[in-house]
Design a protein around this ligand. Structure first.
Ligand SMILES: [Zn+2]
Length: 235
């Protein structure tokens, strides 16, 4: 499809610009070119006025977790779980993790302080991963009670996209705060611990399936998706 000068003129006039008349032959002439150039400048200015400039990248502050949930400590990794419960954080859940993410995406603070899991773990630490709690922050999504791995059924409390989104924001906050790099040994799901860290677990499958994204299957695929989203939030 070719556009003639007259087409351009008609479209600019339709946008509300006044243009001098073209010759019948469509020859723009220098007067018309300069008018169109001014019209384009005006269009750019209008656009800038209507659309806010993109926000600058912000390296510093947490986006989801309050600063006082993240006390000074030396932490090596973040391990992400699901609770195998409902979409709400129970008292028991709060005893086992540092941060919980409810079905709505709301973050809930666990009872143990992150500081208690600093190596060597101290009395009252969050026991979230067998033989791998020292130096490990435990984050858990409240969901998947009654779920079945194979054939897959997410049960009555499927993981929601909102809580996945909030989880990756929380993990990004923790990585920023504790200077944890995003690798498959330092930001991983419970289901990846045995493979990636060589620490035996007991058939844990949190998470090898994402109820809101059924095409993503397996611990590595789910873990890679999490890390990609965390990295995007940190950049
Ligand atoms: Zn777990």
């Amino acid at each position: 499809m070719s556009t003639t000068v007259q087409d351009l003129q008609r479209r600019l006039i339709a946008l509300g610009f006044s243009l001098p008349k073209f010759g019948a032959d469509g020859d723009p002439g220098s007067e018309t070119i300069s008018a169109m150039s001014m019209a384009l400048d005006e269009l750019v200015t209008r656009r800038r006025g209507a659309e806010p400039l993109p926000a600058p990248a912000k390296p510093g502050p947490a986006t989801l977790l309050p600063a006082d949930w993240m006390p000074d400590a030396k932490m090596q990794r973040v391990i992400v779980h699901w609770t195998a419960g409902t979409h709400s954080a129970s008292e028991t859940d709060r005893g086992h993790y540092h941060v919980l993410i409810e079905g709505s995406g709301k973050p809930i603070r666990g009872k143990p302080s992150i500081k208690l899991n600093e190596a060597p773990a101290k009395t009252g630490y969050a026991a979230h991963t067998l033989n791998c709690n020292s130096g490990s922050i435990g984050v858990s999504m409240c969901c998947m009670g009654g779920a079945i791995e194979s054939p897959f059924s997410a049960g009555k409390y499927p993981m929601t996209r909102e809580q996945w989104e909030a989880m990756t924001s929380a993990v990004a906050d923790l990585c920023r705060r504790y200077s944890i790099p995003v690798t498959d040994k330092t930001v991983l799901s419970h289901a990846e611990v045995q493979n990636n860290l060589g620490i035996q677990q007991r058939g844990k499958w949190d998470f090898t399936r994402l109820a809101f994204a059924p095409s993503v299957v397996g611990a590595k695929a789910c873990g890679d998706m999490m890390r990609a989203e965390v990295r995007a939030k940190l950049s």
